[in-house]
Design a protein around this ligand. Structure first.
Ligand code: ZN
Length: 235
């Protein structure tokens, strides 16, 4: 196959492993056996950024933001490989199980994409992950629901800001979706609330979202993320 045909085929069946890029051998959900083994070897654990922002609930992460896990997240999030939502959602479900021990019911909320990001990604990438995580938990017999009381406002690039400025910008970044809030509050009366995101860096986004939810009488008992960046102490 050459030219147009090859390009079309590539859209349907990506030619390479989403974790390591290799094109040989069999792949499951676009991931080769070696990368599946590497990611399945990760176990959810408590994770805390240094310094941790005030109000950050306990956070659990599957792994460090690196290696195969990082590649899978990037391919899923920024390169349109939506089929990865199912395995990544199942991995996130493992983190949720670790974050809320036992078999009690959970309500999963997530950090939403901005409208622009959701358009670029053909849908909110965290919503897809949350839904896949809920499906996985339901499959193993656990009551799990997805709710969404948060809306993301369009935001400016915050990479050049200091930590206090980032906190202010993060608070500005969200608004409350009233109908989503009503449903979430109702669901939360008999469920532990877990806040999901894909990557934790400073923890400011999670802390801010949890604080906003607490202001609306929704107490986040824990956060669950796929990956946490390595702790970096300020110089
Ligand atoms: Zn691979």
């Amino acid at each position: 196959m050459t030219g147009l045909w090859a390009a079309l085929a590539d859209l349907v069946v990506p030619a390479s492993c989403a974790g390591c890029g290799q094109t040989e051998g069999r792949r499951t959900f676009e991931v080769c056996a070696r990368c599946v083994t590497a990611v399945e070897a990760l176990t959810a654990h408590p994770s805390r950024p240094t310094p941790a922002p005030a109000g950050l609930p306990p956070v659990y992460a599957l792994g460090e933001y690196g290696g195969e896990l990082r590649e899978l997240i990037i391919e899923y999030k920024d390169r349109g490989r939506h089929r990865l939502a199912r395995p990544l959602g199942a991995l996130l479900a493992q983190v949720v199980s670790r974050a809320v021990a036992g078999r009690g019911p959970v309500l999963m909320l997530y950090v939403p994409d901005t409208p622009a990001s959701a358009r670029e990604r053909y849908g909110d990438h965290m919503r897809r992950l949350a839904v896949a995580a809920a499906q996985r938990l339901n499959l193993i017999g656990r009551d799990a629901l997805v709710g969404q009381p948060l809306l993301a406002r369009p935001k400016a690039d915050s990479t050049a800001l200091g930590i206090a400025e980032r906190a202010a910008a993060a608070r500005e970044a969200f608004a409350i979706n009233r109908s989503g809030l009503r449903l979430a509050r109702h669901a939360a009366t008999r469920r532990a609330v877990v806040l999901l995101d894909d990557i934790m860096t400073t923890g400011v986004t999670l802390a801010t979202a949890a604080e906003l939810l607490a202001d609306e009488e929704l107490e986040v008992s824990a956060c669950a993320v796929l990956a946490a960046t390595k702790r970096r102490l300020p110089a």
